[in-house]
Design a protein around this ligand. Structure first.
Ligand code: C5P
Length: 415
């Protein structure tokens, strides 16, 4: 996908700039032609010599070449590129990009670029969460740029939270998807639910689970980037997603999530239900904080509605409904039974046994179990790549796959 693609890598002055060298190397190894543009301050973190050696081209910074009096033509650079990436993108550069400032070669090139522009922000967690940064990212996404939200993890400051730059190999995979992606889902209306639900015990306590919402957000982003209009119904999750075609509805409990999903379902073409809905809730919510009195405390739990099954019942012909399943035994048989019981068209079967798969991990290993096809197992992949596989399958089911190979037929041929 990257062979002979012309890629501008913009590097700004954050500590994650040291990873930009690895990124440039990875892109060159994949056959891309890479032109590095650094801001002046980025040179304090990574040297132009390193980047020029790795990219096999001079790494540019200044608007003009002092030595021979010529200028670095940002218009030509902007037109040359098939894709422009800014990684790491600091809060400062994001703010300038969001406001059309043009005081560096990187910014003038960004304003001149006609190609897709991808930003991979990196900064400390409080800067990342600051309303001005969020607003700038929202604006950049609204302009049509692709925001690779910073994953959570340990930061250079020693703090832990969302703000570290996406790993170079994941950025490379994201660029491959951007360059390979069609707009085959233009006009499609898709509902995605994500995250856990919280079931109140009293005003301060709840029953919940470890779902981070990563998988659901990755699916919502993938759908939107292929042109779909997405309604994301999210349980209580900390992760963010900026995309002009994603409308987010925040809910807390399973019953709220059911209502939000059922209200919107008639106007949708498809739904992917990735939420880890709490199966039970306390029969009663104590009106005041329950006091500890040294005695055992018994909570009576009552079953929650099954959102997938309710949507399955309300499904009209032509709508595609997909769910997730996490099984510990008899995986395939249980998943197939669940398809029938809940009225689903396909199920994404997760394997909890696999190291690195499941809750809060960045990777997942899934098998697609479809009512109409033999199961399709996939290897361990990042959640973004798994989202792309799931959306490929959905596109196929909706008859919008273009000339994409049918994974079911590929599987049959392999058998
Ligand atoms: O029955 P099980 O929990 O294994 O089914 C998982 C699938 O059903 C997921 O798609 C999940 O979002 C959905 N589900 C639901 N409502 C529930 C429980 C699960 O929609 N109460």
């Amino acid at each position: 996908m990257l062979q002979d693609k012309k890629i501008i890598v913009g590097i700004t002055a954050g500590i994650a700039a040291y990873k930009a060298a690895i990124l440039v190397r990875a892109l060159v190894k994949k056959g891309a032609q890479v032109q590095v543009i650094l801001t002046e301050k980025a040179k304090k973190f990574v040297t132009p010599l390193t980047l020029a050696t790795l990219s096999k081209r001079p790494a540019l910074s200044a608007l003009a070449n002092e030595a021979d009096g010529t200028w670095h033509n940002h218009v030509e650079l902007g037109l040359w590129a098939d894709l422009m990436l800014v990684a790491p993108a600091t809060a400062n550069t994001l703010a300038k990009m969001a406001n059309g400032q043009a005081d560096s070669l990187l910014l003038t090139t960004y304003l001149s670029a006609r190609c897709p522009v991808v930003v991979a922000p990196a900064m400390d967690l409080d800067m990342y969460a600051h309303p001005s940064t969020r607003e700038n990212l929202r604006r950049l996404a609204a302009f049509g740029n692709i925001v690779l939200e910073a994953p959570a993890g340990e930061l250079a400051s020693g703090l832990v939270g969302q703000g570290r730059m996406m790993e170079p190999e994941d950025i490379v995979a994201a660029l491959e998807r951007v360059l390979g992606r069609g707009r085959e889902l233009e006009g499609l209306r898709a509902l995605v639910n994500a995250g856990p639900t919280h079931e109140a015990i009293d005003p301060v306590r709840f029953i919940g689970n470890h779902s981070s919402g990563k998988m659901g957000l990755a699916i919502a982003r993938e759908l939107a980037e292929r042109g779909a209009q997405v309604c994301l119904v999210a349980g209580p999750i900390a992760l963010r997603l900026e995309h002009p075609r994603v409308e987010r509805v925040d809910v807390v409990s399973a019953r709220e999530m059911l209502q939000a999903c059922l209200d919107r379902w008639p106007g949708m073409d498809c739904a992917i239900l990735s939420a880890a809905v709490a199966d039970y809730r306390p029969a009663e919510v104590a009106p005041r904080k329950i006091k500890r009195d040294g005695e055992a405390l018994r909570l009576e739990l009552v079953p929650n509605p099954d959102i997938a099954a309710e949507m399955g019942k309300a499904k009209r012909p032509g709508q595609i409904l997909a769910g997730f399943a996490l099984e510990t035994n008899d995986e395939l048989r249980n998943a197939q039974a669940k398809l029938q019981r809940k009225g689903l068209d396909f199920i994404v079967l997760n394997s909890l046994a696999e190291p690195g798969a499941g809750f809060a991990h960045d990777t997942n290993r899934v098998t697609l179990v479809d009512a109409l096809r033999p199961p399709v197992p996939f290897p361990l992949k990042t959640k973004d790549q798994v989202a792309a596989d799931i959306v490929d399958h959905l596109a196929l089911r909706l008859g919008r796959a273009g000339n994409m190979p049918d994974p079911g037929s590929v599987q049959q041929a392999a058998d």
